[in-house]
Ligand binder design. Structure first.
Ligand code: SAH
Ligand code: SF4
Length: 432
């Protein structure tokens, strides 16, 4: 199974390569001087992952040739706008989207007020259409290894917060590399997220060793290790990490300080901005459904995400976790996430939007619905099954007992049924 098909480098200029997937072009960053025009490569998130011998690439492309165009057709037909039954002011705003004009915050807020089932389904259709026009049927699938459930933070929403008395684990470098190696060799993953609590047992040098070893497997290393210092992130970039997933969680300052005791929104944002400056591909976003949250907060969250200019939006519902200060919080309706997905897509047509496990936990069919409302990326949990259960940021996570080959099949079946192909979703030539 393959989570990114090879592309041919057709042009190189100042470390930017233009790569071609059956005639579809993408720009990628080439941080390897040995790559030349004519080479075949794997790319993820607009970045070179590794080169691949021509013979091997051509064999893979031969098997993909027909299916690639078939998938495109399915996606094109599913992303057609079928109806225009919307209130007049909403129609007017969406005509702006059609003309690729930027929507104002006020316009996004007024779309957020759409509530009727029929209106929402038109909003989703339009967002899906925008996704298709911006990204084609490209979708990325990353693997995620949750390597430590120890955390020194006490976030109110999180089931592995420091004060919660739970059984915890840490994976050794050897275990992480074995898990990653299996995902790469056996299942063909091209990007792996290494996620953990904020766990300082992993010193900078331990993390560097982990990053170097996983990078050597020929994958994009994506960090999700929380608010570690800028100097740590710089060292890990030098060790080969190229992407970072770090949410700001909420744009509401007061709520942030209350829910993440001892930390400030300002510091989190400063770190996120610095990660971009270092060169990391950024994934960021927020939780939907935190206490006392208003629609305005959600719009502010979308606007802050857009301002941070990430490669990928990551937001999902709060799943109230037992034994946390938010355990009694109400569970939000999936429509709120679908609406947020559609509006984020209309706010920022070029971004990648992730379907989160939290959303799939809320409702098993919501992943598919989000993909049809503007989302285009997914993650597969590759943490060993016996440890997955202990990484209990919330309870009863979707797929917690599913063995890896089954999760892969479920995800790829879902994507293929919707006509999505595992093409790099990075920088689209001419659009960004
Ligand atoms: N420790 C790191 C990464 C691991 S936590 C960090 O905090 O950045 C990954 C994400 O899980 C967090 O960013 C948070 O948004 C999400 N999360 C934690 N508890 C949750 C819950 N109960 N419901 C939904 N998402 C939750
Ligand atoms: Fe720790 Fe991240 Fe959970 Fe906060 S959200 S308690 S930092 S694992």
């Amino acid at each position: 199974m393959c989570y990114s098909i090879p592309a041919k480098v057709v042009e190189i200029k100042n470390h930017i390569g233009v790569i071609d997937y059956f005639g579809e072009k993408r720009n990628i960053l080439l941080d390897d001087d040995r790559v030349k025009t004519g080479d075949y490569v794997y790319a993820q998130g607009g970045i070179l992952v590794r080169t691949i011998p021509e013979k091997e690439a051509l064999e893979i492309l031969e098997t993909w040739k027909e299916i690639f165009f078939e998938l495109k057709k399915v996606d094109e037909s599913l992303s057609k706008i079928k109806t225009d039954k919307l209130p007049e002011n909403a129609m007017h705003i969406l005509q702006k989207v059609n003309l690729r004009k930027t929507l104002t915050k006020k316009e996004l807020a007024s779309l957020f007020e759409l509530d009727h089932k029929n209106e929402l389904s038109v909003l989703y259709e339009i967002a899906n259409n925008v996704r298709q026009r911006s990204h084609g049927n490209a979708s990325c699938v990353h693997g995620i290894i949750e390597f430590s459930s120890y955390c020194q933070q006490n976030c109110f929403y999180c089931g592995i917060r420091k004060d919660k008395n739970i059984e915890r684990y840490r994976m050794t470098c050897k275990e992480i590399v074995e898990t990653a190696g299996n995902a790469v060799d056996k299942y063909g993953f091209k990007a792996l997220v290494l996620q953990s609590g904020e766990d300082y047992w992993y010193s900078d040098s331990k993390l560097e060793e982990i990053v170097k070893s996983v990078r050597q497997l020929g994958v994009l290393v994506f960090l999700s290790i929380g608010s570690r210092s800028i100097s740590t992130y710089k060292k890990l970039y030098a060790a080969g990490a190229r992407a970072a997933l770090i949410r700001f969680e909420t744009s509401n300052k007061a709520s942030f300080s209350k829910l993440r005791p001892g930390t400030t929104l300002q510091d989190r944002i400063a770190l996120i901005k610095e990660l971009k400056r270092i060169g990391y591909i950024l994934a960021t976003g927020f939780i939907v459904g935190l206490p006392e949250e208003t629609s305005q907060d959600i719009i502010n969250n979308i606007m802050l995400t857009k301002y941070l200019a990430p490669d990928m939006y990551s937001f999902g519902p709060l799943i109230p976790a037992n034994g946390t200060p938010l355990e009694k919080e109400a569970i939000i309706k999936k429509e709120l996430i679908l609406k947020t997905t559609a509006i984020a897509r209309l706010a920022d047509s070029n971004s990648n939007i992730l379907v989160t496990t939290a959303l799939e936990t809320l409702d098993l069919s919501a992943g598919k619905e989000a993909l049809l409302a503007g989302a285009n990326s997914m993650m597969i949990n590759i943490t060993p099954v016996k440890l997955k259960k202990l990484y209990s940021i919330y309870d009863n996570r979707a797929g917690i007992n599913t063995v890896l080959h089954k999760s892969i099949k479920q995800t790829t079946d879902l994507l293929y049924n919707l006509g999505r192909a595992p093409v790099d979703t990075g920088d689209i030539r001419g659009l960004k």
